[in-house]
Design a protein around this ligand. Structure first.
Ligand SMILES: [Zn+2]
Length: 145
């Protein structure tokens, strides 16, 4: 039976308090899902390394978030994680922590691989320019005429 687990590659914790004195916390993690396909203890990665942010209010988990949500019509709140609005100081700290965990080798390689794939895709499409979709040659529309 295949088994799955999350492994944290890097983590950082930011703590601050709300204007009303609540203790707020964001646990930022770079996680990768792994699978033990045959259930024999041989774990291999499955999918991509992803940033997870779990928030806490007075120690109580508010769930996991994968990005900072944008907030409209409140110039003091630069973004939000669930119900927690982030003022400039906490926003900057959390952004910084996310960038920090993303410095992990696996994440950097992943971004580089995505870029290379994008580039290869672009080159492929550029090389196919002018080739007919129907007959796969430079027929200039003759095959459909
Ligand atoms: Zn054609």
């Amino acid at each position: 039976m295949a088994d799955y687990r999350f492994t944290d590659l890097a983590s950082k914790t930011i703590e601050w308090s709300s204007k009303t004195g609540l203790a707020l916390k964001a646990a930022i993690k770079l996680r990768i899902e792994e699978q033990d396909y045959f259930g024999n203890g041989e774990w291999s990665s499955k999918g991509k390394a992803t940033v997870w942010v779990e928030t806490f209010i007075d120690g109580k988990s508010q769930g996991n978030f994968w990005e900072i949500r944008t907030v409209k019509n409140n110039p003091e709140i630069l973004g939000a994680l669930g119900d927690i609005g982030l003022r400039k100081e906490s926003y900057d700290l959390i952004k910084g922590a996310i960038e920090e965990v993303q410095k992990h080798e696996i994440f950097k390689n992943q971004i580089a691989a995505e870029k290379a794939a994008d580039e290869a895709d672009k080159n492929y499409h550029a090389s196919r320019k002018g080739i007919c979709k129907h007959c796969d040659s430079y027929c200039y529309g003759d095959c459909q005429a």
